[in-house]
Design a binder for this molecule. Structure first.
Ligand code: SF4
Length: 380
């Protein structure tokens, strides 16, 4: 077991559902007070992992819908029931349509030290298409306010690859974002998820998603532009102004470190077993009110599942997959086990092995899904 662990707190509430989003969240905000009480109970009753907490992450949904006193009470519960590192990274996701400068200053005062702002775009037509509740002007204003409130660590989420996106519109968006000098950028390709309004539009032929080739070109544009703007591409969708500004919390997922996950639909991992909570907010609150843990199920990861996770997560990163670590963990040589797949990755120049690490090239990253599928077919 390692020395550090993390806490993820899921806040599954949103003002309105965005058309592309398949995350679990509800728009009935009247449930928030009972939900926060239930979260506190869950944290008080599930604190079994060893090690100091060195990252806490409020994700959603829309965590910035919580009142300041609700965030503060959750932080107090963490302090009271866990051993928290002095230099803990505490991130809260912010929807620019839900906060103002006063709220951000109050977040800073109670101990939040990193913001992840769901800007998505600095263009109103893109925001409208995505069904966001804020304008580009509001989003830019909140990024500025984050600086005024004293946050040094500010990440902006952006989405690209909308049906009408061109290299020019995406570069305009990126340029506007970089001008605001965030310490971190997450740039996500728009994907059409099953069951979303966007998928319905696509099925009816109302929108024409961009094809893989165009998406790959936009991905390369992103990497090249942000590299020239001095952002380090450290994970397939993530860029930081130097390694000190990487998301410590998310980096721990990519390193397969244990974490707690609290809240409806949250997942947790203790290094051996993965468990997940009931998705429904009502079920979550009801079970806790009856004094029962909200865990719906758990599974002990098989050796193959662990191998797959390690391959899938590490190939997303700049550092890549450590082949010696793989051998030490699984007692098999990666090169022997995946001889054919590895040869085809190297032949296609989709990956390189340097200092006993396999990392994907930019072209390889454009084919990440296919590469991961090839490993999965071999293992299962
Ligand atoms: S605000 Fe975020 S979590 Fe909520 S619907 Fe939109 S994308 Fe999904």
């Amino acid at each position: 077991m390692c020395d550090h662990t993390s806490i993820y707190i899921h806040i599954p509430f949103c003002v309105k559902k965005c058309v592309y989003c398949d995350f679990y969240s509800r728009t009935d905000l009247s449930l928030i007070p009972d939900y926060v009480t239930a979260l506190q109970w869950e944290m008080e009753n599930r604190s079994g992992l060893k090690g100091e907490i060195n990252t806490v992450y409020f994700g959603g949904g829309t965590p910035s819908l919580l009142q300041i006193n609700e965030v503060a009470s959750l932080l107090k519960t963490i302090d009271a029931h866990f051993s928290v590192a002095r230099d803990v990274e505490v991130t809260l996701e912010v929807n620019p349509g839900t906060v103002d400068l006063r709220y951000l200053k109050a977040l800073k005062d109670i101990g939040i030290n990193r913001l992840s702002i769901g800007v998505q775009s600095l263009k109103d037509d893109k925001l409208k298409f995505l069904g966001r509740i804020h304008t580009a002007g509001q989003a830019a204003g909140i990024v500025e306010d984050a600086g005024k409130a004293g946050f040094d660590d500010v990440s902006m989420d952006l989405i690209y690859g909308l049906p009408f996106e061109t290299e020019r519109t995406w570069l305009e968006d990126l340029t506007a974002a970089v001008r605001m000098m965030p310490s971190h950028l997450s740039c996500y390709m728009l994907t059409i998820e099953p069951g979303t309004p966007l998928e319905k539009q696509s099925r009816k032929g109302l929108i024409q998603p961009l094809d893989h080739q165009v998406m790959s070109a936009l991905f390369k544009t992103t990497v090249q532009f942000l590299d020239a703007s001095h952002y380090e591409h450290y994970e397939i969708s993530n860029f930081s102004r130097g390694s000190q500004n990487r998301s410590k919390h998310n980096s721990k997922y990519w390193e397969m470190m244990p974490y707690y996950g609290f809240g409806a639909a949250a997942h947790a991992y203790d290094g051996r077993t993965r468990s997940w909570n009931y998705k429904s907010i009502h079920t979550y609150i009801k079970r806790i009110a009856a004094g029962r843990l909200p865990v719906e199920d758990r599974e002990i990861l098989t050796l193959e599942q662990k191998m797959m996770e390690m391959i899938m997560l590490r190939l997303r990163t700049r550092e890549g997959l450590d082949l010696k670590k793989f051998q030490a963990l699984f007692q098999v040589s990666f090169k022997d086990q995946f001889k054919v797949i590895l040869a085809s990755i190297l032949d296609a120049s989709f990956g390189v092995i340097k200092s006993d690490r396999l990392a994907l090239t930019l072209d390889g990253k454009c084919h990440l899904n296919g590469i991961v599928e090839a490993f999965a077919r071999h293992l299962f």
